[in-house]
Structures are given as structure tokens and as C-alpha cells.
Write a protein that binds this ligand. Structure first.
Ligand SMILES: [Zn+2]
Length: 515
């Protein structure tokens, strides 16, 4: 959910896009995107981006990945990673060459068995020129062999790979894959994954989905851990946690496997981490009642080590949490937030990073719904207190959650004003329609991508109301909305509103999640 250098990397993207879209705001399409296939034309390069308005060179054009087989070897002592990733894809048009997003040193690339030439371009682009041209619809098997030291592989002084005393974590948003597997790195291209890592025996490896087999001993006192996810997964939601972990496995009320993992470095933070993450299956069951059927095949959480990440991320089927959430005891609100993302963000993913409100506004509002369920303050009380906690002249109100800008996709406003926007929608359409809109949304775009405009259209269809004013006011207009005209309630709030009992925990969670 949070990453240190969004603005820095956004700036790099602009300066190194190689004459593509050059970071222009708006939804400009790169060459070839959406263009009908013209059989007579010569094959063209796939292009280094997917037309994202905030990060134009994230992802690549001309092909669609179905599956990644990521087979790695990792040594915590040196942070050396070697690997072979096999990508199964399909060309979406005739291609003379195509790009992958990747940073480590590439030893070789083969396309359908034939050695291919590669060149480095921009910040993270690996251009692949196959010996034979590729035709639209053709199946591609791309095998990339590589190695590197991810913690020392920097972009603008930054690495999305976190090295720890006992291992490493590949957990970051939006940039994570660049440091451990070559990919089409945009949520528009989801795929299934087999992820396996050979580590010295005694080290644990945790990743997405389920373990298709028990850890397998290998020569040299090593062990290979295997994980598999059969649901479409965005690249930034694939993850690795390598180190000293206690694994706790169980079966959820819906019959699914639960795998939780706790870093042994947590010490006195361990019980609070367990008292929070062990409630995952309960929270998933609660969420299923509000948001529709849980969209994936497994559940769980990973409590990272004391020297790991400082945030949490909704990595698919198994969210990862930094240690800071447990410093003042258990916090179920962050577990609710990350698991709500399994519906809002992971299954229904952004079509463009400017749609980030569809992730963070909804996951934050889920916390308010959980507070209501726990009897720790209603969503209305949380709305009133949040609204009152930001004075009208606070910078907070200047960031519109529906178009925050590439350097502010994890701004406070995307979370807090984002949740306020959903509460205003609930007041406008009524509880009956609101709690039909949420599962209708997750059903309509299950395992896909969507835009804020599509959400507004669905909410208008279900409610029968024109919601344009509401969405414009709460998502797109800088400045604090005037409650007298913008609030849908009959009764004005008490002044000043009382602090809901959940407030402290929600604040503690958000202090680490947003920025
Ligand atoms: Zn979030």
C-alpha cells in the first residue's frame, strides 16, 4: 500500500519513457494500443507500456501473459538471486519484438525454443527481439535466465526488494516484480503463478496460494519450497517472504486452506501479530457476507520480521504485514483492510493507476463497516469524526481521491476522503441499494479490471439515481465539501463529534498504510 518513492519513480518514468507517451497526463494510448490488426502491415514492436495515465511505461504492449513459472535459487547470506522464469503468453498482434519489465542481469532469453536478442531500454525495460516474427494470436513460451543482487539493484536510489537479517521480502506496490521476475508489469495483464525457491535448509519461503507439495530437499543441504496460485493475479500482488517463519496451517469455515506465517524475529510483538492475523478466516467470512463470495482459493497472512517492510500489502491470498502494526497490541483493522482488498484491488483491479480509489477507498470503508460490526463506532460516527479531524484549510482536502496524481496514489485523502465518499454514496442510495452495489461490483469485474466511471455507472443503475454531483464533489473536486449542501443526512452531526472507540486503532493502521 505504501512505497517510499512514488514521486521519484514517476519522474523517472517520465524522463525515460523513450519518446513513448512521455508522461503526459490523461489516458493517451501508446502506439498500437487498441489499434485493429492490419494483416498487410509489417510486424511492429510491442511497445514499452500499456497506456497507463500515471505510469505510461509500466507493462508492455502486444502480448497477454497467461502463466508465470518462477523458479528461483536464493542465498540470504549474499542476497544473490538466480532464476529461470518461463512465461506463457499469447501475441495480441503481429510483433517484430516485445518488451519485458525487469532489472536483474539477463543471461539468456528464448522465445519458443529459439535464442532471442535482448537490449536494455529506459529504467526497467528489457526489449526482446525473436529470431522469427510473431503473428497475432501465436502462443509464446518465453524462457528468461537471470541473476542479480536485488537489494543492490537500484532505481533512483530505490529498491522494491527488502533484504532482512534472515532473508528477504518482495512486497511492494506498484513496483515489485522488477527485482525478481521478468513480467508484463501492470494489473491489466493478470496471470496464474507457480513460484518455487531453493534456499538453505532451515530457511522458510512463503508466497501466494497453496503448497502443491511439501518442501523438497535438494543437494547441498538445500530445500525447494513451492507455491501455486490458480487465480488470475496482478504482478504486484505476487510476493515472496524468505526467512525464519513459523507456519500455522488450518482450514477456513468455507473449507479453504489457511496458511499464516510469523517471523520468529517478532519476539514480544508475536502474540499481538497472532491475535490479529489468526482472525483472517473470520474476517474473510464476514467480508463474504458483505462483498460477495471470497474470490480466491486460499487465505492467510504473513507477519514480517522486525527489520522488514514498514507497511502492509494485500498480496493475493496472503497479505503481508510489517511489525509496526503490533507495537501497541493487536490490530484487526489492518487485517480487515488488507483482506477487503482481496475483493477490492486484487480480484477487481484498477484498469489504470489513477483508479486507485477503487482499492484504497473501499478497503478503508471496510474498516468502518468492521467497526460498526464490532460495536466500536458506526460508519456515520467515523465519517463525522474524520471530517472534523481535517480543518477546511488542511492540505488533505486539496488531493482529490479520484485523480490524486502519480506521486500521491497513497495519499491520506485516497484512504480517508475515499472512505468518506463511499459513506456519502451509502447515504444517498440507502443501505438496501448500497449493500447490493458492493457484491454486484465484485461479481461484475471478478478477476478483472475496472474504472471509477464503471463503478459510478453501476451505482447509478442499481440506485436509479444520477450520482454525478456526488462523485464529482467527493472524488474529483479539491477542497472540503460543504456538508450543508453535500451531506445526504437529515440530521446535522453533533459538534464536536465524539471520538469513536475504533478511531485509535484505525489511526494507528493508517499511519503506516498511507502517506
Ligand atoms: Zn490498502
Amino acid at each position: 500500500m505504501r512505497r517510499a518513492l512514488t514521486a521519484a519513480i514517476a519522474a523517472l518514468t517520465v524522463t525515460t519513457a523513450g519518446g513513448l507517451v512521455a508522461g503526459a497526463p490523461g489516458h493517451a494510448a501508446p502506439p498500437g494500443w487498441g489499434r485493429p490488426v492490419v494483416p498487410a502491415a509489417a510486424p511492429q514492436p510491442g511497445g514499452p507500456g500499456l497506456g497507463d495515465s500515471y505510469f505510461p511505461d509500466y507493462g508492455n504492449g502486444g502480448y497477454d501473459v497467461a502463466h508465470y513459472d518462477v523458479r528461483l535459487r536464493y542465498d540470504p547470506d549474499t542476497d544473490r538471486l538466480t532464476g529461470t522464469t518461463t512465461i506463457l503468453a499469447r501475441a495480441t498482434r503481429d510483433l517484430s519484438r516485445f518488451n519485458l519489465d525487469f532489472l536483474l542481469d539477463v543471461e539468456s532469453v528464448r522465445v519458443n525454443g529459439w535464442q532471442a536478442a535482448t537490449t536494455r531500454e529506459g529504467v526497467h525495460e528489457l526489449a526482446v527481439a525473436p529470431r522469427r516474427p510473431i503473428t497475432a494470436g501465436q502462443q509464446l513460451t518465453v524462457v528468461v535466465r537471470y541473476s542479480g543482487v536485488p537489494s543492490e539493484t537500484l532505481v533512483g536510489g530505490y529498491t522494491g526488494w527488502t533484504r532482512t537479517a534472515d532473508g528477504a521480502m518482495a512486497v511492494n506496490e506498484p513496483e515489485s516484480a522488477w527485482w525478481w521476475f521478468p513480467s508484463n508489469d501492470h494489473p491489466l495483464d493478470k496471470a496464474t503463478y507457480d513460484i518455487s525457491v531453493s534456499v538453505p535448509t532451515g530457511v522458510e519461503v512463503v508466497s501466494n496460494g497453496v503448497q502443491p507439495r511439501a518442501p523438497l530437499p535438494e543437494a547441498g543441504n538445500r530445500t525447494r519450497w513451492s507455491w501455486r496460485t490458480t487465480s488470475p493475479t496482478a504482478t504486484y500482488l505476487a510476493f515472496l517472504a524468505i526467512g525464519q517463519y513459523d507456519l500455522v496451517t488450518d482450514t477456513a469455515p468455507n473449507g479453504q486452506p489457511v496458511v499464516n506465517a510469523y517471523s520468529t524475529t517478532l519476539g514480544e510483538l508475536g502474540p499481538a501479530a497472532r491475535a490479529s492475523i489468526e482472525r483472517t478466516a473470520e474476517i474473510v467470512e464476514w467480508g463474504s457476507g458483505l462483498f460477495g463470495p471470497y474470490p480466491f482459493e486460499a487465505q492467510g497472512g504473513v507477519a514480517g520480521p522486525v527489520d522488514g517492510i514498514g507497511f502492509a500489502l494485500e498480496t493475493q491470498t496472503r497479505s503481508v504485514y510489517g511489525p509496526g502494526f503490533w507495537r501497541r497490541g493487536a490490530n484487526t483493522y489492518v487485517v480487515v483492510h488488507e483482506n477487503a482488498h482481496q475483493w477490492f484491488g486484487d480480484s477487481v483491479s484498477v484498469a489504470d493507476w489513477s483508479d486507485i480509489w477503487l482499492n484504497e477507498g473501499f478497503a478503508s470503508y471496510a474498516e468502518w463497516l468492521w467497526s460498526e460490526e464490532q460495536g466500536e463506532g458506526t460508519a456515520q460516527e467515523l465519517f463525522d469524526f474524520t471530517y472534523a479531524s481535517y480543518p477546511a484549510d488542511d492540505e488533505f482536502w486539496q488531493v482529490p481521491p479520484g485523480e490524486p496524481g502519480p506521486g500521491r496514489i497513497f495519499d491520506d485523502a485516497v484512504y480517508d476522503r475515499g472512505a468518506m465518499a463511499l459513506h456519502q454514496l451509502r447515504l444517498a442510495v440507502g443501505d438496501d441499494a448500497f449493500f447490493r452495489i458492493l457484491p454486484a461490483w465484485t461479481a461484475a469485474h471478478r478477476h478483472g479490471n475496472a474504472t471509477i466511471a464503471q463503478f459510478q455507472a453501476l451505482a447509478e443503475r442499481i440506485s436509479g439515481l444520477d450520482l454525478d454531483d456526488l462523485f464529482t464533489t467527493w472524488l474529483l473536486t479539491p477542497g472540503r465539501p460543504d456538508l450543508a449542501s453535500a451531506d445526504r443526512r437529515a440530521e446535522p452531526p453533533a459538534a464536536p463529534p465524539a471520538e469513536p472507540r475504533s478511531w485509535v486503532k484505525i489511526r494507528e493502521a493508517h499511519a503506516l498504510l498511507d502517506r
